[in-house]
Design a protein around this ligand. Sequence first.
Ligand code: PMP
Length: 405
Amino acid sequence: MSDQADVMVREGQPILLDRLEDQPQDPLIALIALANNDPRPGKIDVGVGVFRDSAGNTPILKCVKAAEQILQETQKTKAYIGSQGDAEFVELVYPIVFGAGAGASGRIVGLQTPGGCGALRLGAELIARANPGARILAGEPTWPNHAPLIASSGVEMVPYAYYDKATATLHFDRMMEAFGKAEAGDLVLLHGCCHNPTGADLSLDQWREVADVVAARGLIPFVDLAYQGFGDGLEADAAGTRLVVDAAEQALVAQSCDKNFSCYRDRLGTLFVKGSTSRSAEVAFNNLLGLARTMWSMPPDHPAAVARIILSDPELRALWESEVDAMGGRIREIRGRLAAADLRLAYIGGQKGMFSMLPLTPQQVLELREEQGIYMAGSGRFNVVGLADAAVERFAALVVEKLDG
Ligand code: PMP
């Protein structure tokens, strides 16, 4: 209630909407608007969280365009489809996440969600319903939206040290120490691949150690798999997720297709839940249906129908896989160029996915914005493919100059 003059009062009390506190804008969303409104021709927007090609565009994939055409010509009804969304689409995503040989044990159930955000929120609601006192260990730093999405369901978030920005190294020992002290039934939030905001992923050996501690202590992984295919490829990027889910008695995987189908605004994701038995998985599924019904009732059909057409057609599927490879390839190429530009940026070459962090202070981030028109998050997180081809070396030089003070 910032402007008292505008507040309507009845019987000494503000009326409903006048009781609300004003809210700050999401800083990353605000940054997009700031960058868009900057008239400088050489401006660089590395704050934005979407893939961009060498010309700076976020294209619609060719496989998506083709499938949309097929959908338009063949779709016969838009009648309700149910809270589980497009079950065939979910079945097609299942082996992409869990592996072609994953088999149908019946212990893993899944449903379509509005993007990865929907999956995270739905998963958190399920956890809170099952155990109102549930705790989830979350890396520090993690994607800033994890806290509002998960904690708003009432699940307590307990931070563990994950990454040191100054030295660009993982706090793996501290993370393992935290997991080693966690109690049976505690959840652990893990980024399946392409860690956001750091780009620092666990090695396969480290994933094995995490899987061991998960099994030994009875922890429940909640894996956020939002960028499969943007690191080392679709298969390799799922390896860690598969290890921890296999090792765990129970697990949740919040998956997003918004990046690897480049359909961000269409909102496509899935939530998979592994139960101790097929019966407990079935009960969890029925709870998920009920929870989804109270939040969005049903997920948007369009992107799932499109992905289903792509994944069930051998030619379109091959095209999708090649387009995902091309996006991953561009990410790796820009990483290589940044790493080669200066020794202080060398660590970026070994990191994965769209994001890495620069060891800049918030003040230096602000100066780069004002002096050079470079837009990145205050944490120093930047999107490597926010850089058009022509901007890579210039960006590296300006960042290094700023690091030198
Ligand atoms: N998890 C992480 C780590 C993310 O970065 C994002 C998107 N920025 C998501 C989940 C959610 O993606 P969406 O809801 O757009 O599918």
